[in-house]
Design a binder for this molecule. Structure first.
Ligand SMILES: [Zn+2]
Length: 136
């Protein structure tokens, strides 16, 4: 998913969506509110965005830290990252997280969950039943 498609996804959230549209169209993320504050970057509505993902907050946070190669801290609803990170770069990491750990590789539905099979973790789609391995 590119930056553009993410914007499209956000735009879709603002439209009134007819009930007959598929599951996946109804899934949206709030627009991330990101601002630079001194030498840090603040993700103001981190908790709100993550609450729409149905994933572990710390997993999302650690993923973003690793991808950005920085450190940071959680402060209630906000997340703080060390360094001045362009909002676009941070947003891209959220898109990557969604693509890696949430979206079904077959049908793109977000209705997925992690299942354990032997020592492998699989992402299982509840819409079409497809599975793919994920590295947590
Ligand atoms: Zn699927």
């Amino acid at each position: 998913m590119t930056e553009f498609e993410y914007e499209e996804l956000l735009d879709r959230a603002r439209e009134r969506i007819p009930t007959e549209i598929s599951e996946r169209a109804r899934w949206t993320l709030p627009e991330p509110q990101i601002m630079i504050e001194g030498a840090n970057t603040i993700f103001r509505n981190f908790a709100e965005v993550v609450s729409h993902m149905d994933r572990d907050e710390n997993h999302v946070f650690q993923y973003i830290l690793n991808e950005l190669g920085t450190s940071g801290s959680r402060e209630g609803p906000r997340a703080r990252f060390k360094g001045r990170i362009p909002p676009k770069r941070l947003k891209k990491r959220i898109v990557n997280y969604v693509n890696t750990f949430i979206k079904c590789g077959q049908c793109s539905a977000p209705d997925t969950l992690f299942i354990k099979e032997d020592r492998t973790t699989l992402l299982k789609c509840q819409a079409c039943g497809a599975t793919r391995p994920v590295k947590l």
